[in-house]
Design a protein around this ligand. Structure first.
Ligand code: F6R
Length: 606
């Protein structure tokens, strides 16, 4: 992942870069660094760990200069050390920051080392700095140097280079990894996304894959890979993308859990037409043309697709295949049954998901991007966009984006069902009225913190936990288990409860926490029998359930109830106690809730 930033022409460049890095810390927080050119010399500050450590280093020894680049790292090649922190400097003449993976770095490094280049890190990225030194030594100007280097490297990259011999420009390029160029007043900037630049400018130019550019204080010149100049239009991005704060909550995650009624209401508004009816943001013809759907996503967004499959298949009759994005195109999937790829990503930048979407497009499918970040790469590349309006999600574990995704997906399924003639106008109106009640119901579920706190205290002592659900609650079991493991580092697995007897029930032993998701749906009796079987073998049942269903259960060790809802809505409502349970367990264990170890918010490597 990693975040990269750059500035040229800003009089307090180091501070501007640091403020940009704060906006990008969601992309990685293993180490960070900034480099500037001051009096014709490269000056570098780097620190391992969170940005606060870099801030301290800059307080002790500030950086001056009007041009610089910075980086916040999520380690891929090379451990978390100062030497492996970016920027990387070669021969005191070139500094680079890079996001992505240079896949052929070994071959390049061996060649450069044989030619006398001394490397100081274990990273793949450092080859870029040495390739620039090599190209400049060959007498190439910065544009020709960049062009030569793009011809040599393979993989995903967004990088920026600072050249001591050309102290008035940054050289930048991208392929697959995101990069935004910001045009300011007498200064220009670069960042991994427009949010990084939101305190500096709203005028942004997005490079296309294989583009490179020279960024000077008075503007940018963009080239295509073959060196011909390219005209890339600037756009004005939305104003409210600034740094968000915790608003009095202890963690961003806690705040974002509480923001769910708004996130759902705003997302619902995006799916409601001027006439007050549900819309899929697609016209009737586009909806009718959907014959089969493949849904592509990663992590929590993938679990949202799995919930949506139940809705879409039952409400529309359209066949759906849910695919883990990182697996999709590498297994040459059969695509003929599917006309449409629905691609779901909070960030709109997950590289696995982007690559899967590109593969689907190359196979001739229409692509619909369901994203939370409106200017993201997936939003820009998809044929059509369905927005979630959850607002910036900063906590690494997705919460409000997930329930907003589910809300939009349910609205989409209903509109598609209507267009396919599977749902009558009255049925649609009935479901729509129920969906409209969701923000209020989720608001009520937020009152569960105190009920869940003692359950979380006990769960925090467990080594392992199971999550069980059946039907549309099965994917929610997977999501609940993911939340627990990523936040509290307790091993957790989600299973379809009917599948337990085929093997996993062997895991149950005395006092093993079993988080059971239950709703008053047609599968309730069967799901409840499965839970009873787990209880009979010593499992400690923590029931997260609608009130109606909970009333039928006499074997649970702890019970958390949400208001009764239509079974269609149960996964959205029950997501809330599952999130709160994981959150409070992590708080009890004292883990880093907003930035769990080894993770990053936006995963822009494959
Ligand atoms: C888990 C989580 C991740 C993301 C996944 C996809 O809580 O947040 O599993 O869901 O990395 O991210 P997006 O949706 O941004 O593509």
């Amino acid at each position: 992942m990693c975040g990269i930033v750059g500035a040229v022409g800003h009089e307090n460049c180091s501070q501007a870069l640091f403020d940009s890095l704060r906006r990008l810390e969601y992309r990685g927080y293993d180490s960070s660094g900034i480099v500037t050119i001051d009096e014709s010399e490269i000056t570098l500050r780097r620190a391992v760990g969170k940005l606060i450590n870099l801030e301290r280093a800059l307080q002790v020894s500030p950086l001056s200069g009007a041009i610089g680049i910075g980086h916040t790292r999520w380690a891929t090649h090379g451990g978390v050390t100062t030497e492996n922190a970016h920027p990387h400097v070669a021969s005191g003449r070139v500094a680079i920051v890079h996001n992505g993976i240079i896949e052929n770095h070994r071959v390049l490094r061996n060649r450069l080392q044989a030619d006398g280049h001394n490397f100081s890190s274990d990273t793949d990225s450092e080859v870029l700095a040495h390739l620039f030194v090599e190209a400049l030594d060959q007498g190439l100007d910065p544009a020709r140097a960049a062009q030569q280097i793009l011809g040599q490297i393979e993989g995903a990259y967004a990088f920026a280079a600072l050249l001591v011999d050309y102290p008035d420009m940054l050289v930048v390029a991208r392929n697959a990894s995101p990069l935004a160029l910001g045009v300011g007043d007498g200064a220009c900037y670069i960042g991994s996304d427009a949010i990084a630049l939101s305190h500096l400018t709203r005028k942004v130019i997005y490079l296309k894959d294989h583009d490179f550019a020279l960024v000077r204080a008075d503007g940018v010149t963009v080239y295509q890979a073959d060196g011909t100049p390219a005209n890339r239009e600037s756009v004005i991005v939305a104003a409210n993308q600034g740094l968000v704060d915790k608003g009095g909550y202890r963690h961003f995650m806690e705040k974002e859990i509480h923001e769910q009624p708004d996130a759902i209401a705003h997302s619902l508004a995006a799916m409601t037409g001027a006439d007050g009816r549900l819309t899929a943001q697609l016209d009737d013809k586009e909806l009718q043309d959907i014959e089969g759907m493949v849904m592509l996503a990663a992590g929590t967004s993938h679990y949202a697709t799995q919930v949506a499959r139940y809705w879409i298949e039952s409400l529309t009759g359209v066949p759906v295949s849910c695919e883990i994005a990182s697996e999709y195109h590498y297994r040459s999937p059969a695509t003929s049954p599917y006309s449409t790829a629905l691609v779901i990503s909070q960030s709109g930048e997950s590289l696995d998901t982007l690559m899967a979407m590109r593969h689907a497009a190359a196979c001739g499918m229409k692509t619909i991007g369901l994203v939370n970040v409106p200017d993201s790469t997936i939003a820009r590349e998809a044929d059509m966009v369905l927005p979630t309006r959850a607002g910036p999600e900063i906590g690494v574990a997705s919460t409000k984006a997930f329930t907003a995704q589910l809300t939009v997906l349910l609205c989409f399924a209903v509109a598609l069902g209507r267009s396919k003639g599977m749902l009558s106008r009255d049925q649609v109106a009935d479901i729509h009225a129920k969906i409209q009640a969701l923000p209020g119901l989720v608001g009520k579920a937020l009152g569960l913190f105190d009920v869940i706190r003692p359950i979380a205290s006990h769960l925090a002592t467990a080594k392992s936990a199971l999550y069980l659900g059946r039907g549309v609650l099965y994917p929610l079991a997977l999501e609940g288990a993911l939340k627990l493991k990523e936040l509290s580092y307790i091993h957790a697995e989600g299973f379809a409860s009917g599948e337990m007897k085929h093997g996993p029930i062997a895991l149950i032993e005395d006092d093993l926490p079993v988080v059971a998701l239950l709703a008053a749906d047609p599968l309730m009796a069967k799901a409840s029998s499965n839970l009873r079987e787990a209880s009979a073998r010593g499992g400690r049942i923590i029931l997260l359930s609608e009130a109606r269903a909970a009333a039928e259960v006499d074997y649970a060790d702890a019970v958390v109830t949400v208001p009764d809802v239509d079974p269609l809505l149960a996964p959205i409502l029950l997501a809330v106690p599952a999130q709160i349970l994981a959150y409070l367990t992590a708080v009890e264990k004292g883990t880093d809730v907003d930035q769990p170890r080894n993770l990053a918010k936006s995963v822009t490597v494959e």
